[in-house]
Design a protein around this ligand. Structure first.
Ligand code: G1P
Ligand code: ZN
Length: 544
């Protein structure tokens, strides 16, 4: 097995987006495409040489092929040891945990998260650093720069390794260890949550829940934790077998894509608790009977109730949310007298705050929440947090959230996505808004006075790195906001995201329907950004 050097040429545009490099499978199948990116990781991340690397993915189409390619390249690039999940499987949070637990120098996650999978769908690759978290911008930028100059990659002439059985093997000089993808992660969850109390909840026989793994990576994790360790009845986990094409669905836990679960939670016979996770296991959706918990509210409720959970009983040091996420968590942080941070979209921006011990909990409106237990958002963790909360408070999901609104006020919140929009039209719309920005502060938009309007820039409080152009924020008097940004994860044209938020202190007005409560803001936003004129779209494709 001799290392060989293959002559290659750069592919334009191998720039990682919000969470890694994400393209159609067909693009990744172009000769050298994956290899170039992987070589760029090894060329720039020198500490991987002689070190330990964790590799795993969400099991989507091309996962196994990509892992074998990466293993051969790792061996040829002097990596000492690779830990790979059995069957090539590791959920994103489990991969983060494995990196941390084994003191690895980094990890490679193969996933396109919640995007569909299959030969004609999406694939992705992401580098995680030694802290277990997504690489910071400085690292992804260095990798990108390298991909644009690359002229050769190293690999090994060798066949495929057996990844389906636990144990050690050798690839050239490199050791390969196939690890159980579930066990360590399940143990970690057992240290954070009151499994005994949750077991009681199920043992009573009254409490009814389903977890929808959406035919994606969390199936085996959820069966082991929720059914085996917590004693929920068999069948509690639905769509629990990971499929390469996710059964043809979007493995995205939201009201649009998890309709089967949503229906099970409706009506007098509805489940007490419904939850779902996405393709790679880092997102979550939380439902009660006839009740949807917005991810922004979920973060706020978690922060307010963390003391009830064993892993956080000592209190939390601070919270962070991505800029477009509603300000509900800010109100909790204020009352608790703890730190509160607003970061750009993308989990990587939480890494420094978590590492520096400035925050314990963090979350994004895009169905992501997590804590300092790993450095990724964590879908099942959020589900277990809620289960623990239900066991501790012995109240329904809806009652817990309504009680939260009474105490803190309600931040009505929605996100409107316009997908696969013409890229130029979308860029033009953002430019148009940027031109307007300096004229807005102090003026009126409908009934609202503008208190600030800017293109969000973030200075990391830990390392002072600066990230510009992170989305347009228009703050309105009374706590309402309009936010516009272009997606960094789409693989087709541009996706425009419009985020709307309004604050309501009066409990008598908390029962309004969300879209109705936000209707005036929706009109203002559409008008201001000229969405219909510029994109040709009268309606968003997805409302969450
Ligand atoms: C989306 C979400 C963002 C999340 C990312 C990865 O990115 O909006 O919050 O971190 O997916 O899951 P976007 O497509 O908006 O760039
Ligand atoms: Zn994901």
């Amino acid at each position: 097995m001799e290392p060989k050097v293959v002559v290659t040429q750069p592919f334009p545009g191998q720039r990682p987006g919000t969470s890694g490099l994400r393209k159609k499978v067909k693009v990744f199948q172009e000769p050298g495409y994956l290899e170039n990116f992987v070589q760029a990781i090894f060329d720039t991340q020198k500490e991987l040489g002689g070190g330990v690397l964790v590799v795993g993915g969400d099991g989507r189409y091309y996962n196994r092929t990509a892992i074998q390619t990466i293993l051969r390249q790792a061996a040829a690039n002097g990596i000492a040891k690779v830990l790979v999940g059995r069957g090539g499987i590791l959920s994103t949070p489990a991969c983060s945990h494995a990196i941390r637990k084994h003191g690895a120098q980094g990890g490679i996650v193969l996933s396109a998260s919640h995007n569909p999978g299959g030969p004609d769908e999406d694939f992705g690759i992401k580098f995680n650093a030694a802290n277990g978290g997504p690489a910071p911008e400085s690292v992804t930028e260095a990798i990108y720069q390298r991909t644009q100059k690359i002229d050769r990659y190293r690999t090994l002439e060798a066949g495929d390794l057996d990844l389906d059985h636990l144990g050690a093997s050798q690839l050239g000089k490199m050791a390969v260890q196939v690890i159980d993808p579930v066990a360590d992660y399940a143990d970690l969850m057992g240290t954070l949550f009151d499994f005994e109390a949750i077991r009681h909840l199920f043992a009573g026989g009254q409490f009814r829940m389903k977890f929808d793994a959406m035919s994606a990576v969390t199936g085996p994790y959820a069966v082991e934790i929720i059914e085996n360790r917590l004693g929920a009845p068999p069948g509690t986990v639905m769509n629990g077998t990971p499929l390469e094409d996710f059964g043809g669905h979007h493995p995205d836990p939201n009201l649009a894509h998890a309709q089967e679960l949503v229906a099970l939670c409706q009506g007098t016979e509805g489940l007490d608790f419904g939850a779902a996770s996405d393709g790679d296991g880092d997102r979550n959706m939380i439902l009660g009977r006839d009740f949807f918990v917005t991810p922004s509210d979920s973060l706020a409720v978690m922060a307010a109730n963390a003391h009830l959970i064993p892993g956080y009983a000592e209190g939390i040091v601070g919270v962070a949310r991505s800029m477009p996420t509603s300000q509900a968590a800010d109100r909790v942080a204020e009352r608790l007298g703890i730190g509160c941070y607003e970061t750009p979209t993308g989990w990587k921006f939480f890494g420094n705050l978590l590492d520096a011990g400035r925050i314990t909990l963090c979350g994004e409106e895009s169905f992501g929440s997590g804590s300092d237990h790993v450095r990724e958002k964590d879908g099942l963790w959020a589900v277990l947090f809620w289960l623990n909360l239900l066991a501790a408070r012995q109240e329904s999901v809806g009652d817990i959230v309504r009680d939260h609104w009474r105490r803190y006020g309600r931040n009505f919140y929605t996100r409107h996505d316009y997908e696969a929009v013409d890229a130029q039209a979308a860029a033009g719309l953002m430019d148009h808004l940027r031109v307007l920005l300096p004229t807005l502060t102090g003026t009126r938009l409908g009934a609202y006075k503008v208190s600030y309007a800017d293109d969000f820039a973030y200075i990391d409080p830990v390392d002072a790195s600066r990230s510009e152009g992170q989305g347009i924020r228009i703050g309105l008097e009374g706590g309402s906001r309009l936010v516009f940004r272009l997606s960094g994860t789409g693989t087709q044209g541009a996706t425009l995201r419009l985020y709307l938020e309004s604050y309501e202190a009066d409990p008598a007005r908390h029962d309004q329907e969300t879209q109705a409560a936000l209707a005036p803001l929706i009109l203002i936003a559409n008008d201001l950004a000229q969405i219909q004129e510029r994109t040709g779209r009268a309606q968003p494709d997805v409302i969450t």
